[in-house]
Design a protein around this ligand. Structure first.
Ligand SMILES: Cc1cc2nc3c(=O)[nH]c(=O)nc-3n(C[C@H](O)[C@H](O)[C@H](O)COP(=O)(O)OP(=O)(O)OC[C@H]3O[C@@H](n4cnc5c(N)ncnc54)[C@H](O)[C@@H]3O)c2cc1C
Ligand SMILES: NC(=O)c1ccc[n+]([C@@H]2O[C@H](COP(=O)([O-])OP(=O)(O)OC[C@H]3O[C@@H](n4cnc5c(N)ncnc54)[C@H](OP(=O)(O)O)[C@@H]3O)[C@@H](O)[C@H]2O)c1
Length: 453
């Protein structure tokens, strides 16, 4: 077999948070002391990815009576841990064991198959619960906003990842891998995940939880060269050392780095060791080097500016991997379209007492699972502080009882965590025949049928 290769290339690209009202003057109606002796705090979390689960875990641990309902639009839990994390990184998915313990708590319930903002509104949730935490992640991709983006063969890395990881909405993607050369725009860890999946010999993926359909397409793939194209240089890449090392060690694959990108680099990084978890770990001095794109500024503030140089790069597949993006969930919830986040102060949504956010929708679509954990614990701490200070509505709230009635009227039938456990058992059983940890169910209709819905 001819060796496969990946190439490093740099490209030149074109490139208010308001404080809450003072806590000493709480909104009328929110100032009564919460009677922690009698009332069960009913808390609702929207989204069952790491942010949702870590928020719930912290709330349950630090308040002995709080009840947490986790609403999720998919039929299955765990967000990007299931639909984002690469199939050849199974160890990362061990966090699912911790999330499962949380979901099995008597004081926690998973309410899958409920799209918040469509099946139930945020004001309805706020009416039913003492507090609502929005942890719904970043489901869109960042568009390139350049001509040609809609051409066939141009695909977002988000959709490609969803496709090989079994996200139901991406199962019709059918990427055409009959070409010799693929180009990935962006140099983050998602770009490397996608490059690795394209170049890994398919037999090395056979024992992972990649879908059988994706594996079949990858077996037929004729892609031999993958360009990983960035707008800045090796000192500013967003991917991390561990993931780069994996690329360099890919069997049957040769990395090709453009030597001109690395000229003088040794001198610039003298005394600076690269950080294990940050590809941007090497600060650089004023007047730092230029690559295919021109770099202006110092250190983290270095910006790419157009050079006017143009180079043609023939390819049959172009994957844009320049980041994810959150959507607004409900007209009643403030949203900053520029930053793509819900404006918040320490997780408190601005001008919305009792409404909080955590995870990617709180701080933007960057950070690994542990970053999301820390961030979610902070939101939970703030919520519990507000609860203790009597800043949340007083008196009992109906919680899920009220929402269940609404959903039933609207013909929405939620699924529970024990429903997920049935689907999980089915997936594991289907995987056993081929030595895979699971064969993911990807068809919503089939999943609902298996649950007797
Ligand atoms: C491709 C990819 C690979 C990654 N690999 C790694 C890795 O190997 N290691 C690592 O540490 N980190 C990895 N990360 C980062 C990690 O996945 C994120 O830090 C983390 O998932 C963010 O958590 P979140 O809960 O904010 O968002 P998400 O995980 O996206 O969870 C949000 C949840 O909200 C649900 N939701 C959305 N809208 C609604 C709605 N309207 N109603 C109800 N529910 C809704 C979604 O279905 C989803 O389940 C990866 C990220 C990506 C994109
Ligand atoms: N194995 C893992 O641990 C793993 C795997 C996948 C994802 N993740 C995490 O998930 C998060 C999201 O990853 P990501 O790769 O989507 O995002 P990311 O880390 O933010 O990387 C985005 C890349 O796109 C580039 N980019 C953005 N806008 C651009 C434009 N207009 N033109 C050209 N290039 C542009 C960025 O370049 P600039 O730097 O120049 O802006 C950067 O190289 C990250 O925190 C990542 O670490 C982790």
């Amino acid at each position: 077999m001819a060796p496969r290769c990946w190439r490093w290339w740099s490209w030149s690209a074109w490139p208010g948070v308001r404080p809450l009202p003072s806590r000493s003057t709480p909104t009328p109606g929110f100032c009564k002391k919460f009677s922690t002796q009698e009332t069960t705090p009913q808390i609702c979390v929207v989204g069952s990815g790491p942010a949702g689960f870590y928020t719930a875990q912290h709330l349950l641990k630090h308040h002995t009576r709080a009840h947490v309902d986790i609403y999720e639009k998919q039929l299955v839990p765990f967000g990007l841990v299931r639909f984002g994390v690469a199939p050849d990184h199974p160890e990362v998915k061990n966090v699912i064991n911790t999330f499962t313990q949380t979901a099995r708590s008597d004081r926690c319930a998973f309410r899958g198959n409920v799209v918040v903002g469509r099946d139930v509104s945020v004001p309805e949730l706020r009416e039913a619960y003492h507090a609502v935490v929005l942890s719904y992640g970043a489901e869109d991709h960042q568009p390139l906003e350049i001509p040609g983006e809609e051409l066939p063969g141009v695909v977002s890395a988000r959709a490609f990842v969803g496709w090989y990881n079994g996200l139901p909405e991406n199962q019709k993607l059918a990427p055409d891998l009959s070409c010799d050369t693929a180009v990935i725009l962006g140099q983050g860890n998602v770009a490397l995940d996608v490059a690795r999946i394209l170049l890994t010999p398919p037999e090395h993926l056979e024992k992972t939880d990649i879908t059988e359909v994706a594996l079949g397409v990858l077996r037929q793939s004729r892609v031999k060269t993958v360009w990983i194209v960035g707008r800045r240089g090796p000192l500013q890449v967003a991917f991390t050392i561990k993931e780069l090392r994996e690329m360099i060690q890919l069997p049957g694959t040769q990395p090709i780095l453009d030597p001109s990108d690395f000229l003088g680099l040794q001198d610039r990084i003298k005394g600076e060791g690269p950080k294990a978890r940050s590809g941007r770990g090497c600060p650089h001095p004023p007047g730092s080097y230029q690559t295919g794109g021109e770099s202006h500024g110092v250190g983290e503030s270095t910006r790419a500016v157009p050079t006017g140089d143009v180079e043609d790069l023939p390819c049959g597949l172009l994957l844009s991997s320049v980041g994810y993006k959150s959507r607004p969930i409900d007209p009643s919830v403030p949203f900053d379209p520029k930053l793509g986040i819900i404006p918040n102060t320490e997780g408190r949504v601005v001008n919305a007492p009792g409404l909080y956010c955590s995870g990617w929708v709180k701080r933007g679509p960057t950070g690994v699972i542990t970053t999301t954990m820390t961030d979610s614990f902070l939101t939970s701490q703030v919520l519990l502080k507000d609860l203790k200070a009597g800043l949340l509505p007083s008196g009992p709230r109906p919680g899920y009882t009220a929402i269940q009635a609404l959903l039933s009227d609207r013909g929405v039938r939620p699924v529970s965590f024990s429903d997920w456990e049935k689907l999980d058992a089915e997936e594991v059983a289907r995987g056993q025949g081929t030595g895979k940890p699971r064969e993911k169910l990807v068809d919503r209709r089939e999943m609902l049928q298996l649950l007797g819905h």
